[in-house]
Design a protein around this ligand. Sequence first.
Ligand SMILES: [Fe+2]
Length: 456
Amino acid sequence: MMNVQNVSGLRSSEQRKSAIAPGYMSGFGNSFETEALEGALPLGRNSPQKLNYGLYAEQLSGSPFTAPQATNQRSWLYRIRPTVKHSGRYVKIDKGLMRTAPAAREESDLPLGQLRWDPTPFPGHDVTFVTGLHTITTAGDSDTQVGMAAHVLLVTSSMENEYFFNADGEYLIVAQENSLRFRTEFGIIEIEPGEICIIPRGVIFKVELIDGPARAYICENYGGAFTLPDRGPIGANCLANPRDFLTPVAAFEDKEEPSLLYVKWGGELYRTEIDQSPLDVVAWHGNYAPYKYDLRHFSPVGAILFDHPDPSIFTVLTAPSETPGTANVDFVIFPERWSVAENTFRPPWYHRNLMSEFMGLVYGVYDAKPEGFVPGGMSLHNQMLPHGPDASAFDHASNVELKPVKLTGTMAFMFETRFPQRVTKYAAELPTLQKDYIDCWRDLKKHFNPDQREPS
Ligand SMILES: [Fe+2]
């Protein structure tokens, strides 16, 4: 297994690509157009009587037709066959360890508590993207399009003549160990640790390994699509800049081989047999498409004198709910950054939140939990449950000389939702669940002394 820190965590900005990688188009939420064969895209209209190259036109809608302009999403696909030809009789099959809210709500009787897991081990048998989806938490209700699920993805085998789509939500995939290639209807996306990709609801894809068995975290967002957060007084720049989001150019397979299409629908898994690759889109245009983002391009904004803002300042993408400011899911990162605040307790303060927090660590060290929370591990601090720095982090941060410090080579993240997150049976029974996590706060001492006003 490769050393993730050396490969990506310590990559300096000078070493990053200076231009858009080949095969991608730049921008967030743009109306893109792309063709793999010259002239495949019809000009000036969506659905001419006959298309070049004998293609079919098909619209894929990610929002109701009448959604407001800002949230209206659809693309036109020009393909070898309409998708209805990539569909046979659907057979319900074993969904493995994939779970969906609210069906998984009562699956575990694990007592309430702050939870933390060591890295999820790879299983002893081959797993693809479909069979390697291990659900850790579910929240809300996928049928009513609210809430989310957090999964750990373990892949030891590429999908061959196998394809998949999820009707229940969009996937936000956070690469953690080794790289993944997503061959989608819209084109090809590759991500390495430090990068994420988003596969919208309904988009057909398959997943291949590039450099060995891969682990990733996945947020399955049942609600409205992820978008960029409003920056408010921060203004027009910083945080995640739109130009750094990359959408693939069209690429297609003209492959006539018996294949399987897996479909996650209504919390169940189905399979249908087809005679060809469904990744047969020769050209497309629109604003509903998968995309990727390099988290190392995130420009953090923070305190430059004292205190520090709420972690929402690190929001990369947000999936809003119908209540303003109350996200269905926020995707938040804790990247490399300078810590400079004077007379300030610099790690996250102790807190209890309405929102529930699923955290993972891609690489490096997380400043509030220098021990016990390791790359590939995860933690869950549920709605209103207290948490904060462990005892040693508190002691260190309370006494350290406050020079400017750079937190280097680190990338933690959080899937934060307004809903409580229910732990699956699988996650509750994982041997990697730390039985003694609560003990990390055991040594927090009482320092209160009514006779001594000034801190010692
Ligand atoms: Fe927290």
